[in-house]
Design a binder for this molecule. Sequence first.
Ligand SMILES: Cc1cc2nc3c(=O)[nH]c(=O)nc-3n(C[C@H](O)[C@H](O)[C@H](O)COP(=O)(O)O)c2cc1C
Length: 185
Amino acid sequence: MKIVVLTGSPHKNGTSNTLVNEFIRGAMEAGHTITRFDTPFLNIHPCIGCDHCGMNGPCVFNDDMPNILDTILASDMIVFATPIYYFGFSAQIKSAIDRFYSRNGQIQRKHLKSAFIVTAWNNDNQVMSAIEKHIEILIDYLNLENVGMVLAKGYGYTGAGIEKHYMEASYNLGKKSNTVTSRLG
Ligand SMILES: Cc1cc2nc3c(=O)[nH]c(=O)nc-3n(C[C@H](O)[C@H](O)[C@H](O)COP(=O)(O)O)c2cc1C
């Protein structure tokens, strides 16, 4: 498969990037091709809702997003990796998701496979509840076939201390991403 990975953390060696690196290692070992976009380091203007695209046309912003969208539409799977920022996606990756608007129908018709990797500082029962609901609705709305999620709670900004079971779950998600796997949260 061709897999496109969108990351949302400015911490290059942080927790979500550490887990997504494991996903990529597994996916590459399984023979998949990866194209990675680290949204915090790219030029992605937030959608301004001008509707120039009419949800199916060129965006007024000729930044890095048209290339990302072309890559998504030429892929079989999309992976989202984000730290929790106030119980949701980071603004950086959310800006990229909002820009899906200009190719909304095309993305829905692709019926892409998907996976989600999310990390949070807190380690309580509610920290993931809002983003889990958001992800569930996004999967349905974008007509994605989700193959799995890793929801890792209790981590700061360094990936070094991440527990083995989350690393293994991310690796296995990549390795077995052409089959439906279970969620680890
Ligand atoms: C602006 C901001 C908002 C955050 N909001 C939350 C939050 O609502 N809940 C939480 O548990 N952690 C929150 N965090 C902590 C990060 O989600 C957490 O440390 C995460 O593991 C960092 O991942 P990273 O190393 O990939 O950046 C926040 C961090 C920042 C910078």
